[in-house]
Design a protein around this ligand. Sequence first.
Ligand code: AMP
Length: 298
Amino acid sequence: MSSSSLVGAEVTVVERIAEIRSLVTAARERGEIVGLVPTMGALHRGHLSLMDQARRECDLVVASIFVNPTQFGPSEDFARYPRNLATDLRLCGQAGVDVVFHPAASDVYPPGFATFVDVGGLAGVLEGAFRPGHFRGVATVVLKLFQMVPASIAYFGQKDYQQQTVIRRLARDLDLAIEIRTCPTIREPDGLALSSRNVYLNPQERQAARLLSESLHRAAQLVRDGADDLDRVREAMREVLRSSPLVQPDYATLVHPTTLEEVATPLPTLVALVAARVGTTRLIDNEVISLADPLNPP
Ligand code: AMP
């Protein structure tokens, strides 16, 4: 165990799997509620909002920082994914995180590693269709993190809507003894969802990137105004995205909130999801559209 105190608050850094497991197990045995915030580092206010929520609800807050190689495709940005441990540790300390778990890839995936988790249909659509194997890597590392850090509650962001859906399915299907919490998406003032990948955008691309959230707003507005042909809403979303030549849509759609199946006509709750390449950077975003009357829910 090492301790890092860089300006402000102090955070304990644990690299060894056996050490984090015994530290968390001892806390649970004392009756403490332990929160886990899994991240890949390059922390921003989105990650910090998850840590804040964990701090409010838990006695011990653990954040993991691990850039998981198995969730990146061979032509994706694993090697150049932003990494800045010193800044991340300072931010974790300021956010009130007690322990940062930062394992080595060679400990998470030792030689001979061969077991992967496959979450079936949910993992094959949308992001899964454009990033084959992505959710297999995500589900595998999340299940492993839950084993290494046997927390009471794990915190995920709505920003990665399909990811939290896949993880909820994983937790149910495999009877995992952990609660899954999903926290709201944190955005820039112009609507762009915060993402570690936003640093790749040049100023023109950064400007065009706001079209993702704009296309979601357009969908929400049309649905709330009574649009009943959702294919036309999808077309309107693509139109917003295509209003800049810098944006190449991968998908723009409306789905059922838990099955992620495309729907033809509105449901009380729908999720609009977009993925697009802005220059060479691939961004995703989503918005939950609820038509239910809050005073008279269905
Ligand atoms: P990552 O480091 O990208 O794997 O993200 C770690 C966690 O932070 C995931 O649960 C993400 O969904 C969440 N997250 C990322 N960006 C945001 C955001 N803008 N708002 C809220 N949560 C976020």
